[in-house]
Design a protein around this ligand. Structure first.
Ligand code: PHB
Length: 376
């Protein structure tokens, strides 16, 4: 692929004039630019949910991102919902993650870990002792679980007892402590995409009658308790949160997402979180949804940095900075296939396209073999 000298010049001028490619301060961290690698499940962890050696190379290849948010990582064995996803609840996992964070730091990068509990999006074959997955309410999600036997229907989960809630908070607390021991720069609380914390937030999946269900205040209680516990470990200036207010991913919905998520954002301001990472629209899908609301409403309510995600390309990212509609832009799928995405965006180079066949599971192919520009 060749780029004409004049188009390269135009792109370079545009890039120089935008602060998208310039350093920014995120709490105590100086990021090299405002481009973020979004968390991406790649399903390549080894036995006992230990990240693979190959993950070191994969993340180091992507260290020119201003910030890497490592893939969703279960805070407990119970929090697992797919085969081959990594954990952050054992010494072996911490040791493996430490090699990854050391590698990224040596390459000049910054890396957060995304703390994950899938709740009902799991299957007994993935759970300790073949237990039922847990959820706010015993409501069967539509969809399939990805297990060792391939795709199987999701099952009816077990509703958590009120007395079990401190144990759930404890799982996030220990995940946060382990992430600190593993050398991460911070953590992202995964409260998006229909997983456990999102299941509690939304009234389609939370039909509890205790202090964790019913009103918006009650449905937000678990998330706020988890946030308090994680912030106690890390300090708010190294904790971000990911929300997907309009997403239907994981068979989820809410009768009044604008009121719910406005409340959530107002409440989390008390913890001085460093960023709000928002999936604008449907996860990996449309940015404009019927009955939706403008994500800028949440952006204006939030006191920290606003990280925008979902279907951004180079021009949209540049425009977002010109308009000031986002502080950082997180790219997901483009990061699968473009380890040097920052450089490609800077000069408006063509992007490699990801191969859907190797997105989840497998080995090096489609993981660490996407070429950077200088080796095309
Ligand atoms: C996935 O495994 O497809 C997945 C994981 C975490 C997300 C979204 C999708 O937040």
């Amino acid at each position: 692929m060749t780029l004409s000298a004049s188009s390269l010049n135009d792109a370079a001028t545009q890039a120089t004039q935008s602060d998208l490619f310039a350093p920014m301060q995120l709490g105590p961290l100086t990021l090299a630019n405002r481009i973020v690698m979004a968390p991406l499940t790649r399903s390549r962890a080894g036995a006992a949910d230990v990240p693979s050696e190959m993950a070191i190379e994969y993340y180091v290849q992507r260290a020119s991102a201003g910030l890497i948010i490592a893939e969703a990582t279960q805070v407990s064995a119970q929090g697992k919902g797919y085969v081959f996803t990594p954990g952050i609840y054992s010494a072996d996992q911490v040791q493996a993650w430490k090699k990854i964070t050391d590698g990224v730091h040596a390459a000049g990068g910054r890396i957060f870990l995304q703390l994950w509990h899938v709740g009902r999006i799991s299957h007994p074959s993935l759970q300790p002792d073949g237990a039922l997955p847990v959820a706010p309410s015993a409501i069967t999600p539509a969809g399939q679980a990805y297990t060792e036997d391939g795709f199987v229907p999701l099952v009816t989960p077990r509703a958590l007892a009120t007395s079990e809630m401190p144990e759930i908070v404890q799982q996030y607390r220990s995940g946060a402590e382990n992430a600190l021991a593993a050398g991460f720069d911070g953590v992202e609380i995964h409260a998006a995409n229909g997983y456990l914390l999102d299941q509690f937030l939304r009234d389609k999946t939370n039909q509890r009658t205790d202090a964790y269900g019913g009103s918006i205040e009650n449905r937000a209680r678990l998330l706020l308790e988890v946030t308090a516990a994680v912030v106690k470990v890390w300090g708010g200036d190294r904790v971000g949160i990911r929300l997907s207010p309009l997403s239907t991913f994981g068979d989820i919905a809410d009768s009044d997402p604008q009121a719910l998520f406005s409340y959530v954002v107002e409440q989390i301001n008390a913890y001085k979180l460093v960023y709000l990472h928002l999936i604008e629209g449907d996860t990996g899908g449309s940015r404009e949804l019927p009955g939706g609301f403008d994500p800028q409403i949440l952006r204006r309510l939030f006191k920290g940095a606003y990280m925008a995600n979902n279907g951004y390309d180079r021009q949209m990212a540049l425009d977002a900075r010109t308009k000031g509609s986002a502080d950082m832009i997180a790219f997901g799928r483009p990061y699968i296939a473009n380890p040097d995405l920052v450089e490609r965006l800077r000069i408006a180079a063509p992007l490699n396209q990801p191969d859907p066949a190797t997105m989840y599971g497998g080995g090096a192919k489609g993981y660490v073999d996407y070429p950077a520009l200088n080796c095309v």
